[in-house]
Design a protein around this ligand. Structure first.
Ligand SMILES: Nc1nc2c(c(=O)[nH]1)N[C@@H](CN(C=O)c1ccc(C(=O)N[C@@H](CCC(=O)O)C(=O)O)cc1)CN2
Length: 298
């Protein structure tokens, strides 16, 4: 749902929260630079999908805002597996690049897992390399000294910075994509968060039943309006993460839509707008991963 809405749900304001986080990161980047370390974020973008082009441009604009150097590897949609692998190898070898991401999704002909596994785990700014996902699996408590996936981290940070305590809460995650659904349960179930997690997907027989039991709903399905007001328990916290392209029946124009249907604002206690909720947090947490990796190198 887009904010502002008429219902009573309070806004989980990702734009303002990300701005506060970026201001903190800017100071940490300045401190790193004073000590002779310049963090540098690289991006690999294959093709010209308008969403991906926009997200990558946003990541570079964020770098400029906080003082992180940015490096681009832009390849045509026709790039072969070997050409994408070569771009990854260049960033692995570039000392100015202290962390980087491969923008997803990659074109159909490219083996995504092979590319993600080729990323140097010490430069993996997305936390999606198997070594870093494995560390997340192995370390259920205590500090983690490796990057964590940006959107899951952004969801938790967004709630924490709005005073929402997740300990003992039932969380229903909708979607099992690599950037959100498959890893967020690992983060929510860690001892420092202590939530109980239910992960739903296209094979779930009764989605409404799972959503109704949840204190917190995190929907990353990419299916417009899949979370309806009838499904949501009164007072639940709802995060609208999924993005899909729909045709507006009123204007006839294409537009981006979230997973949360109109009316959920009447039932939920907190709701993240989409846009303006988790998206800006994803970008800010990417910067946090880059800064933390540089700090660990000191
Ligand atoms: N390598 C990765 N690829 C993808 C990831 C990821 O975390 N790593 N996540 C998504 C896309 N994504 C980041 O790359 C992303 C999505 C949305 C936003 C964002 O700020 N959205 C704005 C709206 C922007 C608009 O006007 O369309 C918002 O929600 O307010 C940032 C990053 C898939 N790929």
């Amino acid at each position: 749902m887009r904010a502002p809405w008429s219902g009573a749900a309070r806004v989980l304001d990702g734009k303002a929260t990300a701005a506060a986080l970026k201001a903190e990161l800017k100071e940490r980047v300045a401190a790193l630079r004073e000590r002779g370390v310049t963090p540098g974020l690289g991006t690999v973008l294959v093709g010209e999908d308008p969403g991906s082009v926009k997200y990558v441009a946003g990541k570079h604009a964020d770098c400029a805002e906080v003082g992180i150097l940015s490096i681009r590897e832009d390849l045509p949609a026709s790039a072969t597996q070997a050409e994408v692998a070569a771009a990854v190898d260049r960033l692995n070898a570039d000392p100015a690049c202290t962390g980087y991401i491969v923008q997803l999704p990659l074109p159909a002909g490219v083996d995504t897992n092979a590319i993600l596994e080729r990323v140097d785990p010490d430069k993996d700014a997305d936390g999606l390399h198997p070594t870093n996902l494995g560390r997340l699996v192995l370390r259920a408590s205590g500090p983690i000294d490796s990057p964590l996936p940006c959107t899951p981290r952004g969801c938790i940070e967004l709630m924490e910075r709005h005073g929402i305590d997740l300990a003992g809460r039932n969380v229903c995650v909708v979607g099992r994509g690599v950037t959100v659904g498959r890893s967020i349960g690992l983060l929510l179930g860690r001892k420092d968060v202590n939530a109980t997690v239910d992960i739903c997907h296209t094979g779930t027989t009764d989605l409404a039943e799972h959503v109704r039991r949840a204190d917190v709903v995190i929907s990353a399905a990419g299916s417009s309006g899949i979370i309806t007001p009838e499904m949501v328990a009164p007072g639940a916290v709802v995060l609208d993460v999924g993005v899909s392209r729909v045709v507006d029946p009123v204007t006839g124009k294409g537009r981006i839509a979230g997973d949360v249907a109109d009316g959920v604002d009447e039932v939920a206690s907190w709701l993240s707008p989409n846009p303006g909720g988790v998206g800006p947090m994803t970008r800010a947490l990417l910067l946090a991963n880059v800064v933390e990796t540089a700090e660990r190198s000191l």
